[in-house]
Design a binder for this molecule. Structure first.
Ligand code: ZN
Length: 478
């Protein structure tokens, strides 16, 4: 057991006081004899990191890390918790319990079921709803549609970024008129917020559907092709070039797509990209065994595309990994291809899946950690998260990098209870998770929420706080 003082009952507004003793900073120093260190957290912020035993911390709560590896709490920049609206698919309490299980202490959530965040009132209501229900720190994206343009500056003040669906997915979007898309990018630039885009060209998606009328899950990557992603990313980058705005390409899936992002970064444009675990750990060949469980939008492409994305994670073209946690009940995913919804859950496994890329030799330890911490935070301009450094938030995950466990989806805390990674042997399951000095999980047991599962709509005390953004220059039209 990790000996710990009781969870403090009267938290400071910004977080709690805690001293984590006898931990090893993973990825910063991997030598066998990586020294034992202590991390001190005061009012939710890291205020000291020192060799074990040197911190004078009389009176503060302590947790003995017993030599475990420590990384920053993960920042998942892309999740769908479907609450309110479709809480039978996921809820904030169950979803954030899943996040804690995966080592995630901050999330950026995208509402893609009604009510969409297209007005100041809608986003304000949403943030109030989420703050009383999320166990972890959060940002909610505004939705970028024609309807939201008149209130975009007010929406922008409350969100890290604004989400634009260029290709239709899960009932939202499908905007591919170049002039209209340019106008939306210009509106976002005037409002001073990054556009986060689902990039698939709607005309090419429509053509793909026509070309494969009898498609099954095995043809999903042909119906929703790499070309559709590439053309859409080309359009979005061109809008950045013309408006002086910023773009974050969500869930990048193709070799052609990452090359466009690489070129845009070399040109000096404010273009960021993240991918998801399934685009680098699975390929379209897995549809043979996973059928519609692997049906996601954009589609999972070829092994060569996965290799190109990994190369792009290594050279910094792709800034990070977010889950695109998009839960659906098992009985919906066993429907025939044309009727099965797109999306898969994975937030419960984010750190073990990312560590797997290190275990396979695809990423260095540092690259693996950065992809889900500092790199992910920077890709959405989130401040104070993703680093174990003095002044950053006291979000810490302790894990054993060697001990493995078999994935049993039925035992995961989020709602779906199925996983494309069922039966996989993974390492690094978080054992302790700390958010702003509060212990959310100890010895693999999630604390601070009554009830075995957390009902949809349930409220929590001492929950997550809104994420803060880095101060940036206002974006203006050139
Ligand atoms: Zn998504």
């Amino acid at each position: 057991m990790f000996d710990a003082a009781p969870v403090p009952t009267s938290p400071h507004p910004g977080g709690d006081d805690l001293v984590l003793r006898n931990i090893r900073l993973w990825a910063l120093d991997q030598r066998e004899a990586a020294p034992l260190m202590d991390i001190s957290i005061r009012s939710g912020r890291i205020d000291g990191i020192s060799p074990a035993g040197e911190l004078a911390t009389a009176g503060r709560a302590e947790l003995n890390g017993r030599g475990r590896a420590a990384i920053p709490g993960l920042v998942d920049v892309h999740v769908h918790f479907r609450d309110p609206g479709l809480t039978y698919k996921e809820g904030w309490v169950r979803g954030s319990r899943g996040a804690i299980h995966g080592g995630v202490t901050s999330i950026v959530e995208v509402q893609n079921c009604p009510p969409l965040s297209t007005s100041v009132q809608a986003i304000s209501d949403r943030l109030e709803y989420v703050e009383s229900r999320s166990l972890i720190d959060f940002g909610c994206l505004g939705n970028l549609l024609d309807d939201s343009v008149p209130e975009l500056e007010g929406i922008a003040a409350r969100v890290p970024a604004i989400k634009l669906f260029l290709g239709c997915s899960t009932g939202v979007g499908g905007q591919d008129n170049p002039e209209q898309v340019l106008a939306l990018f210009a509106a976002a630039a005037r409002a001073g917020r990054m556009v986060v885009a689902h990039c698939e060209d709607q005309a090419l998606l429509n053509a793909g559907e026509k070309s494969f009328p009898d498609a099954t899950a095995k043809e999903h990557h042909l119906v929703r092709s790499a070309e559709a992603e590439v053309e859409s990313i080309r359009l979005a980058i061109n809008c950045v070039r013309q408006t002086g705005g910023a773009l974050h390409v969500f869930h990048i899936t193709s070799a052609g797509g990452v090359q466009l992002v690489r070129d845009a970064k070399a040109e000096g444009l404010a273009v960021f990209a993240t991918t998801a675990p399934h685009y680098v750990l699975l390929s379209c060949e897995d549809a043979e065994r996973l059928d519609c469980f692997i049906k996601v939008n954009p589609s999972v492409k070829t092994k060569a595309d996965g290799a190109a994305i990994l190369a792009a994670l290594r050279d910094g073209t792709v800034d990070g990994i977010g889950t695109d946690h998009a839960p659906h009940p098992r009985e919906h995913k066993t429907r025939e291809y044309s009727k099965a919804p797109s999306g898969m859950p994975s937030i419960d496994l984010l750190w073990p899946l990312t560590l797997e890329l290190f275990r396979r030799g695809e990423l260095t330890a540092k690259q693996a950690v950065q992809s889900v911490t500092s790199g992910a935070a920077a890709s959405m301009r989130i401040a104070d998260k993703g680093r174990l450094e003095v002044g950053f938030d006291g979000d810490v995950v302790l894990f054993d990098p060697v001990k493995t466990r078999t994935v049993v989806a039925a035992h995961l805390p989020s709602t779906s209870k199925w996983s494309c990674y069922e039966g996989m042997e993974l390492a690094g399951f978080p054992e302790v998770v700390v958010r702003r000095g509060s212990i959310l999980m100890n010895e693999g047991v999630i604390l601070g929420c009554d009830g075995p599962d957390g009902d949809a709509g349930e409220k929590v005390a001492n929950g997550g706080k809104p994420l803060r953004l880095e101060a940036t220059r206002p974006q203006t039209l050139t």
